[in-house]
Write a protein that binds this ligand. Structure first.
Ligand SMILES: Cc1cc2nc3c(=O)[nH]c(=O)nc-3n(C[C@H](O)[C@H](O)[C@H](O)COP(=O)(O)OP(=O)(O)OC[C@H]3O[C@@H](n4cnc5c(N)ncnc54)[C@H](O)[C@@H]3O)c2cc1C
Length: 463
């Protein structure tokens, strides 16, 4: 062994929630543990920095959550969004174990708060982190440091060595080598790698905005796949929402999301509607809108609302374009005024009578349009009118490595990697074949982070 090589019981690559949770569990079991975080300390924690909540199953009130959200309801929700593209065994295990997630985090200093109102309808299902993902990370990093976990920043894993199928070590960006008895891969997806996104999406990926960290380029995922890991998921499957077109290329975070789609209509650059804006509650639908906008000419769209919508959604960070007439609004956002006015007039004429209620699927709909709106279809007629420009915002990718219920990585030849475990986005495709349910990303990372850390420690300590 060279003198600058370090050896641990458990080595974790990736310092988002999945990685830091795995490291904490391993250290609490007595393993000498090290975390290699590719980002600098100021940007530690990947996409987790931007998160707000997770979705735990609960029978009866749980911490800040009211009522009951049981396995069957959770499972039905998951089936609806994934359309059955999930591993039922792993998914149900995740749901059941999610009951412990809030308590586990609270015991390690993470604080929760009830959700805000608005278009999200999450008071029963989603536990919100007080202070968001950054508070969660700060609490977990503080706990990890107290446990004596060695944390290296700017430590991007760039190479990995296996011997007879066993993990041996990794090399990081500055050339240092870190060896361990067990390895936890928790380095996120490849959402910040436009060239890789193009493999699934083609050239249009050039127009995508990346909502989270620029550091999740999929380097470790590629290394694992090149070393024979079994791939799961498709290259174009991901969580992608419609975000404000003025958002930065990377790391714009949650405040760039535009949450008023269900309160208005959405048109493409030809000023034509293309999808039912009121199909279901927003948390069950927002994750399809990135893909929908990606399918439109130039990957751009505009949501149009009137004054009645104001106050019913959390405004994004950028102000809307505003005008007193629809043609004037069209001119401001670069659409054909006549066509947009016709689209809005046709929509208004198709709205059927009914009692608008945004807190439930109110069935207030349009009739006779090529694309009808099935809920919350109010006329757009009260000035001032507002428009937000939309672009596809990629949150995270689903293609990853296949794992067992012990978070152990499977190899393409059917064997199990004896000392490699995976958690978080890098394996989320085992549960999420397609679609998305608000809060399940953090739930998967929490559950598999805990399992991976525990199994990695047991392996390293011969338990
Ligand atoms: C804007 C936004 C909002 C979101 N909100 C929610 C929410 O409210 N609820 C929810 O459930 N989910 C949410 N998600 C999804 C959620 O962020 C992820 O599901 C979750 O954070 C994944 O955790 P992770 O640890 O796998 O990945 P990350 O938190 O992304 O961590 C991966 C880490 O790996 C590091 N890394 C990358 N490559 C390497 C390498 N080669 N070597 C070493 N380190 C490397 C990165 O620097 C990063 O710190 C949101 C995502 C975004 C972008």
């Amino acid at each position: 062994m060279s003198t600058d090589q370090k050896e641990f019981d458990v080595l974790v690559a990736g310092g988002g929630q999945a990685g830091i949770i795995a490291a904490i569990v391993a250290a609490e079991k007595g393993a000498r543990t090290c975390v290699l975080e590719g980002a600098p300390r100021t940007h530690r924690g990947g996409n987790t920095r931007h998160t707000r909540n997770l979705r735990p199953m609960h029978v009866g009130p749980l911490s800040v959550l009211s009522g009951t959200y049981d396995e069957e309801e959770y499972w039905d929700d998951l089936m609806r969004v994934t359309k059955g593209k999930t591993n039922e065994h792993l998914a149900r295990m995740t749901l059941r174990k999610s009951t412990e997630a809030v308590g586990w985090l609270e015991e390690r200093g993470v604080q929760f708060q009830p959700p805000l109102g608005g278009t999200l309808h999450l008071g029963r299902t989603n536990a919100f982190f007080m202070g968001g993902g950054k508070q969660l990370l700060n609490a977990l990093y503080r706990h990890a440091e107290k446990l004596g976990i060695e944390i290296h920043y700017d430590a991007m894993v760039e190479d990995i060595e296996f011997e007879d199928g066993h993990f041996k070590n990794v090399t990081i960006s500055d050339g240092r080598i870190f060896a361990a008895k067990s390895f936890v891969a928790a380095a996120g997806g490849f959402e910040a790698n436009i060239e890789w996104l193009k493999e699934g999406w083609g050239e249009i990926a050039e127009n995508f905005l990346i909502r989270g960290t620029p550091y999740n380029k999929g380097g470790l995922l590629k290394l694992l796949l090149n070393n024979g890991a079994q791939k799961i998921g498709e290259p174009d499957q991901c969580h992608a929402v419609a975000i404000d077109g003025r958002a930065p290329k990377y790391d714009g975070g949650i405040c760039t999301r535009v949450d008023c789609v269900s309160l208005g209509v959405v048109v493409n650059k030809n000023a034509e509607r293309f999808y039912d804006e009121g199909e279901d509650f927003w948390p069950k639908r927002y994750a399809i809108w990135g893909r929908l906008v990606a399918g439109q000419p130039d990957q751009v769209a505009h949501v149009i609302i009137d004054d009645k919508a104001i106050g019913s959604f959390m405004p994004p960070v950028f102000p809307a374009e505003t005008a007193d007439t629809i043609p004037e609004l069209a001119r401001k956002i670069g659409l054909d005024p006549t066509v947009l006015e016709t689209t809005i007039n046709d929509y208004n004429a198709a709205v059927q009578p009914g009692e608008f209620d945004h807190t439930e699927l109110d069935g207030v709909h349009t009739d006779g349009l090529e694309v009808n709106k099935t809920n919350w279809a109010r006329t757009i007629d009260k000035a001032p009118f507002r428009a937000y420009c939309l672009r596809p915002g990629i949150t995270f990718t689903y293609l990853g490595v296949e794992v067992t219920d012990q978070a152990q990585m499977k190899m393409a030849d059917g064997r199990l990697a004896p000392n490699v475990f995976a958690a978080g986005e890098i394996m989320a495709g085992n549960v999420l074949g397609q679609g998305y349910l608000a809060g399940i990303g953090m739930t998967i990372g929490n559950i598999f982070g805990r399992i991976a850390g525990s199994e990695a420690a047991d392996h390293a300590l011969n338990r």
